[in-house]
Design a protein around this ligand. Structure first.
Ligand code: ZN
Length: 380
């Protein structure tokens, strides 16, 4: 009995081994045949002749053009490049991509993703024709640091501009430090200052609506509200291509009517620097330094005293470990929900809970006017 018991598994093992060897032989044969086929075709005389003829008729690439929707992108985020290869009938339009510095990747379809290490640097994204024509093109891209949703972040916002005398000072400070902010602008001030918007948008800043000329939206008709917003939207779209930007109502004033007609998220603030009132650079800086994770900070880029502190505020917050993001990035990275007429003050953990509770028990709301943005900031 003992020996029989031992023999059975042995014969089973032999069959198994046999099967494995058989599979191995079959696979090896298949691979071998494929290999032989491959080497046969590459030395095939007829095919070589045909290739030669094709080379003669080959249309070489003469030009490549690359464009990017925004010259500034965030590390880790995808951007679709638009690539045009001419002439249209070029035989081989395939491109070889390369990214300078800390680099990134470009897919066959032109989707560019900068590496995290490329944050706070400018890289060249280059495409070269693969047909030996030597045609190439490149585009320079500013890369902002990747956002870590687990780390502290704040959104700096500037209202009432643009102002050609003061706004560029803020833009210079943001640009130098690879930081971004959100600009809630009055349509009346955008007119004639479109170049400021274009520069600002290309730097990665958020272009946002602050009405046409600063009326209290709770005091005008719904048709007037709509016109205040749509006229400003149109100028922002014309300058930057941004559709339906977010809204900060003048004075932070809104009611149920405003909420029901604006068709956009309403962004208020959680940290008021009172810069419009103090007109004091040091006091504005000190106020910003009290920021906590998730805050939306209110300032006005039309005051000399405010823009004078821009660089110190930006670098100060960065040194404190805050990632500087736009309002929409704050909501995107913290999974906040935007809606038409939804109201947002900040994206602190505490506020997120409050928002959830408020949404659950939302009934009729009293008119809300946040006591800031005094009349003196009203449009002239
Ligand atoms: Zn304002």
């Amino acid at each position: 009995m003992k020996s029989r018991n031992r023999r059975r598994p042995q014969s089973g093992l032999t069959i198994l081994l046999g099967a494995i060897i058989l599979i191995f032989v079959v696979v090896a044969a298949a691979v071998g045949i494929k290999y032989v086929t491959g080497s046969l075709s590459s030395t095939d005389g007829k095919k070589a002749a045909k290739e030669k003829k094709e080379n003669k008729d080959e249309v070489k690439v003469e030009g490549i053009e690359i464009s990017i929707p925004k010259e500034t992108v965030r590390a880790g985020e995808e951007t679709q490049l638009t690539v045009t290869v001419t002439p249209e009938n070029a035989t081989n339009k395939e491109l070889t991509w390369s990214v300078s510095g800390a680099g990134g990747t470009v897919t066959k379809d032109g989707v560019f993703t900068p590496n995290e290490e490329a944050g706070k640097s400018t890289v060249e994204v280059k495409a070269e024709a693969s047909d030996g024509s030597g045609a190439s093109a490149s585009v320079s891209v500013r890369v902002l640091e990747a956002i870590d949703p687990e780390q502290p972040m704040v959104a700096i916002t500037y209202d009432d501009g643009p102002n050609p005398d003061t706004t560029p000072t803020v833009l210079d400070a943001l640009e130098k430090n690879y930081a971004v902010a959100t600009f809630f602008m009055q349509g009346v001030n955008i007119q004639g200052n479109e170049d400021i918007l274009k520069r600002s948008y290309a730097m990665g800043n958020e272009m946002a609506n602050h009405s046409w000329n600063h009326p209290q939206l709770t005091k005008i008709s719904t048709d007037q509200i709509k016109k205040q917003l749509s006229d400003t939207d149109a100028l922002i779209q014309e300058a930057c291509g941004v559709e339906n930007p977010i809204l900060r109502p003048p004075y932070g004033a809104f009611n149920d009517t405003v909420k029901s007609v604006v068709g956009k998220p309403i962004i208020i603030w959680s940290l008021d620097t009172l810069d419009w009132k103090t007109r004091n650079t040091q006091s504005t800086i000190q106020s910003c330094m009290t920021a906590k994770d998730g805050d939306i900070i209110l300032m006005h880029d039309i005051h000399e005293s405010t823009v004078a502190g821009a660089e110190e505020i930006i670098t100060g917050l960065q040194e404190k470990g805050f990632q500087l993001v736009t309002v929409s990035e704050l909501y995107q990275y913290r999974n906040g929900e935007y809606g038409n007429g939804s109201v947002h003050y900040s994206m602190t953990a505490e506020e997120m809970k409050k928002n959830e509770a408020a949404t659950a028990s939302e009934t009729s709301e009293e008119e809300t006017t946040t006591a800031s943005e005094e009349d003196e900031t009203a449009a002239q």
